[in-house]
Write a protein that binds this ligand. Sequence first.
Ligand code: NAG
Ligand code: NAG
Ligand code: NAG
Ligand code: NAG
Length: 306
Amino acid sequence: MRLVNCAVYLISCLYFGHAKAESGNSSNGNVLPVVLWHGMGDTCCFPFSLGSIKKLIMEQTNVSYVRSLEIGANIVLDYESGFFIHPNKQVDYVCKQLAQDEQLSNGYNAIGFSQGAQFLRAVAQRCPVPRMRTLISLGGQHQGVFGLPKCPTLSVSSCEHITRLLNYAAYEKWVQNDLVQATYWHDPLDESSYRLKSSFLADINNELYVNERYAENLNKLTRFVMVKFLNDTIVQPKETQWFEFYAPGQDKTILPLNQSKVFNNLGLELMNLRGKLQFLSIEGDHLAIPKEWFVKHLVPLLLESD
Ligand SMILES: *[C@@H]1O[C@H](CO)[C@@H](O)[C@H](O)[C@H]1NC(C)=O
Ligand SMILES: *[C@@H]1O[C@H](CO)[C@@H](O)[C@H](O)[C@H]1NC(C)=O
Ligand SMILES: *[C@@H]1O[C@H](CO)[C@@H](O)[C@H](O)[C@H]1NC(C)=O
Ligand SMILES: *[C@@H]1O[C@H](CO)[C@@H](O)[C@H](O)[C@H]1NC(C)=O
């Protein structure tokens, strides 16, 4: 069941109906726990958003532990973090949380929603312990965005304010420090500013210099699954969800992934050779995931074990 028009249009506007509470003892010892990271304009735990995904995963896999990351001490901070806490800080925070979580010590699978997907990729690259087995990216922006047509859950005026900042000052230091979306703003007409000044994405994509450790750690994944929403009205360009982006110097033509620098610099080429990259697509808008699709395509990935 899909309900695109939730009362509040969240970036992860998902509704899977009421999941039945699991009563009996059916925990499934072989299935790895799952870690979720929400998108911008969302939080860890709204029942109509990640709360319902968590229930669905538990129902479908019998896994006993699904952790939906809350950034900060409460849901308000968690919501604000999606706009105002620098991704490097968020990733550090999450790495510590995961390392301290005994239930994850044998490894986990991870699902990132929208910007949460590139943040989880940064976790995989920077913090290989505990081990992330499979990373599922739902509408992630792996080569950044150039344009922000809509801002979920923000008022029109706040969204316009953010968009203006991104258009005119994304690479100013104070904007990079204070606005999360600026850290993955990728201006194809000004690649050198992006490489030099993007304070998050250029680093995790090995744009300025190649950090071999990032490529090695990413290769520790068993699978890196990228899901693209074919009719996405929020992420621009849509192809960034499959790690592609505009060819430098213009904003019309997309460069195939295997011709882009990051393919080699981040070890994606090797992952591809090893069959670790998986590209899936869904017809529909950003994060509008039909329950049946989730069960058919993603649940089997969560049931895999080494
Ligand atoms: C399930 O049952 C087993 C065996 O009776 C027990 O060891 C385990 O703790 C139970 N798990 C849960 C989640 O109740
Ligand atoms: C989950 O548990 C239920 C009830 O015990 C069982 O019918 C189902 O097959 C289990 N599913 C998986 C994927 O293990
Ligand atoms: C979604 O996009 C795909 C690919 O561009 C297109 O074939 C399809 O008609 C679109 N669907 C809707 C509902 O707009
Ligand atoms: C790049 O990928 C495309 C499919 O997207 C494929 O047709 C082409 O052969 C690949 N090129 C190289 C050099 O691997």
